[in-house]
Design a protein around this ligand. Sequence first.
Ligand code: XMP
Length: 524
Amino acid sequence: MDAEHLPDSILIVDFGSQVTQLIARRVREAGVYSEIAPFSLAEEAFARLRPKGIILSGSPAGVPEEGSPRAPEVLFEAGLPILGICYGQQVMSHQLGGKVEAGTDGEWDGEFGRAYLTVTKDCTLFDGLWQVGERHQVWMSHGDKVTRFAPGFEIVATSDGAPFAVIADEERKFYGTQFHPEVVHTPDGGKLIANFVHHVCGLAGDWTMAAYRETKVREIREQVGTGRVICGLSGGVDSSVAAILIHEAIGEQLTCVFVDHGLLRLNEREQVETMFRDHYNIPLVVVDAEERFMAGLAGETDPEKKRKFIGKTFIDVFEEEANKIGGADFLAQGTLYPDVIESVSFTGGPSVTIKSHHNVGGLPERMNMKLVEPLRELFKDEVRALGRELGLPEIFVGRHPFPGPGLAIRIPGEVTKDRCDILRKADAIYLDEIRKAGLYDAIWQAFAVLLPVKTVGVMGDYRTYDSVCGLRAVTSTDGMTADVYPFPAEFLTQCATRIVNEVKGINRVVYDYTSKPPGTIEWE
Ligand code: XMP
C-alpha cells in the first residue's frame, strides 16, 4: 500500500497465543485498524504498516525457556506506545532490563482463571474507568511472572498472584498487563484496550468497514495487477463476500465457479445464481455435477471416505472448469482469521484429525496459482458487516454456516438423490419455523439430519414404516465448541408435526441434545 493511503493502525505482534485474534477484534471495536504479524515477521510488518502503537500478545512459551520468542528491538526504539499482554508484558520487561522467573520455581505454580486486582496508582490506561483503591475482576493465565520490572516502570495495579498485575512507564508510554484484557472474562478489558488506542496512542477511532473495503480494494488491485482470478463459490457468506469485494476491485478479471454437487439446500443454487448474475452482474460458471457426485457416492457409507471423495471430486471439477476458461493466475478464497490462526501457532504440531474438512487446498500448487484472501484478518461477524457494506441481501449475510460436503454428511449411511430430496424438504421446514419464531439469528447453525433408521408409525388408519429425521441447533462463537439451543417443547412439537405431515419418507422426528465436545456439530 502506498504511504498516503496507510490507515492509522496498531500492530499486534503475535507470539502464538490462542487469543491474539481477540486483541485485533477489541482494537477494531475501538474503531482503529489493526494487523497481526507473527513475531518473526513483525519487523517487516512494522516497516510496511507504520503503526501508531504496538501490542505484544501472550504466548504458550515462557520467557525463561531457551529459544522462546522475542520482540524485534526496533519496536522498543521507535518511540511509539506499547502495550504488552501476559507474555508480552514479560518479554518487554525482560528485553528492557527486568527479570522474569519460571512458574515452577518454589511455591508458585501460576495463576489461572478469574482473579482480582487492586489499583494502586493512576494510569492513562485506567482513564475514566478504574480509580485507585478499587478492585476489579480480570482473567489471568500465566505460569511465569515478572519478578523485577525494567527501569522506568512502576506498578499501577497488583493481584495476589502477580504483584505486577499492571506496570506502566508513562514517559515512554509502555504498559504491561499480566492479565488478558482481550477476553470477555475481563469485563473492562475492551475499555482498557480502547483507552490504549485512544488516550495513549491518540487515535481517533474513526476506522470503519467502509474504510476497510477501500483499503482492500486497493490492495487487491495491487496484488492482482492484470492477472486473472478464479473464485470458488460455496453459497456461504465468506466466499460470496470475497467474490463481491474482488469484483469491485478488478471487475471482469474475476470469474466465479459454483459447483452444484447435488448436496445443496433447497433453492440454494438458484439463490446464488440470482444474486451473482442479476444483482451484481458477476461472471459466473455454474457446473451441474450432481450425477457425477451421486455416482461416486453410491454404496459408500464410511464418513471419511464420503468426505474424501467429495473433496477430491470438487477439486477435479473446479480444475476442469478453470482450464476451460483458460486458467487463472490467482485463486480467491474466503479464508477468515480463525482459519488462519492455527497456521501461525507458535508451537503448533500437527493435531489429531477428527474430520477431513473439505476445502480447495491443494489446488493452488497443482494449478500454479497464487492465493487472494481479502478476508484473512476478519471474524465471521466482521465479514457479515463487510457484506452489508457491499450491499449483500440480509438473507445471504446472516446465513448459518454450511459445510463444503453439504447434505452428504447429514445423511449417515448411503447418500442418494432421493434421500437428499427428502432431507432438503425437512430442512427447509425446520428453518422456516425457526425464522418464523424469530430465532434464526440467535442460533449459530440449525439443520436437519436424515438417519439410516426406519421406524414404525401410524397415520390415519395406516401403518407407516419410514425414516427418522434428527434436528440439530447449536449456539457457538467459532464452531470449535457448541452448546445445544434450548428450544421450547412446543416449538419442537410444531416442527415434528409439520415434517411428518409434509415430507413423504419421514415418520418420526428426534432432537439432538449433544453439545460439542463431546459431539461434533455435524453428524459425520
Ligand atoms: P464439526 O462438525 O467439526 O463442525 O463440529 C464445525 C463447523 O465446521 C463446519 N464444517 C465444515 N465446513 N467444510 C466446511 O467448509 C467441511 O468439510 C466441514 N465440516 C464441518 C460445520 O458445519 C460447523 O460449522
